[in-house]
Design a protein around this ligand. Structure first.
Ligand code: HEM
Length: 418
């Protein structure tokens, strides 16, 4: 794989430590794409763990919370740190609000979350397991051998999209629309995915129209076990305004799609960068259970969640004013050397692999966490059965975003089947 990655990181480190502290802006998407953000977080955690960025053209001023325990304190205190109005550094455009329960406070949040949660209850997960396994197996069986291909598209996207289509009971042949809508929903202006904000909104309205058709179909039919039917028949969601329906759809599409997709790809990369761990896994496939949460920590598919302070408050000696934006950088907390031993290393048999922030904490803790873990476990069980190795053959192309931490492309080669 890549050479020169060491030099790039060395230069980034020099830059991170030479820069005046107050000029460090942790939301620079370019550094996420180049994977050079690490030394910046490392320095901020040590020297200014609750850090203020006074000026940012795109996001306005904001606080960065970078240590594990401080992030936990913010995430579990929704009375002070509100999600209302948005959970990413970027604001939702005023002319295109997308209400969704991840960006609401109680009591509305709690009522809507309650509607969605049963779909990922243990009973339903157990019922889904054989379906996911069969679909994963089929995808893997069709992969080319001895010929490079894009793992992101062929495996990660395909599998998570199939999963999502299953959750929504979405028309199978149209399922790639879900992938597109997920990408468009989180597209950065500079990402090149959409031409303009207008084009982005137009695509999301197509998404709304499509799902409205499905809603109308299901609201008049007996209740079923898919997410749309569950919403359509629930007291707290059946009267949602159209934009709120769209908002909650986007939440489920992005929540269930990008994050798991990037963890599936991230695992392949982590094992390639750590061949000793790959060998350990081959020697003992039972380690998949602890490897899965380690992949999710190592990858941290959502770099941050944002809150807004409702009252003046103090955090680690800093005075945060009512109305200030506060970013919880999970990606940094997951590398906090004071809480996690050897945090930059990928270790598939860690003693406490679930000690990570990737799913958040508090009332918004990820609804789909067990589903995501199950999908990853199944993928790896099925991969190990089939292939002695999956080799990453080129530096992956990463997403240009300080919110989604993931991959656009990852070329791999599978030299042989077992
Ligand atoms: C590795 C995969 C995943 C990661 C890393 C992830 C991460 C997160 C994070 C960080 C939050 C916000 C937590 C907070 O603010 O404290 C969240 C919330 C949420 N996630 Fe996930 N997620 C994943 C997979 C999924 C899946 C598969 C689904 C859906 C089926 C899902 C649905 C949701 C929903 C609905 C919420 C909103 C919960 C609320 O506001 O109460 N996620 N997720």
């Amino acid at each position: 794989m890549a050479d020169g990655a060491g030099d790039i990181l060395k230069n980034a480190r020099a830059e991170a430590y030479a820069m005046p502290l107050d000029q460090i802006d942790l939301s620079d998407a370019g550094r996420f794409r180049a994977d050079t953000i690490w030394p910046f977080f490392e320095r901020i955690r040590k020297e200014d763990p609750v850090h203020y960025t006074a000026e940012n053209e795109e996001f306005g001023p904001f606080w960065s919370v970078t240590r594990y325990n401080d992030i936990m304190a913010v995430d579990t205190n929704h009375q002070v740190f509100s999600s209302e109005g948005g959970i990413t550094l970027g604001d939702t455009p005023d002319d295109f609000p997308l209400p969704m329960f991840i960006a609401m406070d109680p009591p509305k949040h709690d009522a809507q979350r309650k509607v969605i949660s049963p779909i990922v209850a243990p009973f339903n997960l157990a019922a889904m397991e054989p379906v996911i396994r069969e679909r994963a197996g089929k995808i893997l069986d069709e992969l080319p051998i001895g010929q490079p291909f894009d793992w992101v598209d062929a495996v990660s996207i395909e599998l998570t999209t199939q999963m999502l289509a299953t959750l929504f009971d979405f028309p199978w042949e149209d399922r790639r629309k879900l992938t597109r809508w997920s990408d468009v929903a989180t597209a950065d202006d500079a990402s090149g995915l959409v031409e303009s904000e207008e084009a982005r909104q137009a695509e999301l309205m197509e998404c709304a129209a499509y799902f409205t058709g499905l809603w109308n179909e299901r609201v008049n039919a007996p209740p079923r076990n898919d997410l749309i039917s569950m919403m359509a028949h629930s007291e707290s969601m059946k009267n949602m305004e159209p934009m709120e329906y769209l908002g909650n759809l986007v939440l489920l599409i992005v929540g269930g799609n990008d994050t798991t997709r990037n963890s599936i790809s991230g695992g392949v990369l982590a094992l390639n960068q750590n061949p000793d761990q790959y060998q350990k896994l081959r020697d003992n496939p039972g380690l998949i259970t602890s490897m899965v949460p380690e992949i999710i920590r190592w990858q941290t598919p959502l770099s941050h969640m944002r809150r807004r302070a409702l009252v003046d408050t103090e955090l680690a000696g800093k005075q945060i004013k009512a109305g200030d934006k506060v970013a919880m950088w999970y990606v940094s907390g997951n590398r906090d050397e004071e809480v996690i031993e050897n945090p930059n290393a990928f270790i598939i048999d860690r003693e406490r692999p679930r000690q990570h922030l990737s799913f958040g904490f508090g009332i918004h803790r990820c609804v789909g966490n067990r589903l995501a873990e199950m999908q990853l476990r199944i993928v790896w069980e099925e991969v190990l059965k089939r292939f002695p190795t999956v080799e990453v053959v080129a530096e992956p192309r990463r997403v240009l975003s300080s919110f989604i931490r993931g991959y656009e492309q990852m070329l791999v080669n599978i030299p042989a089947r077992n």
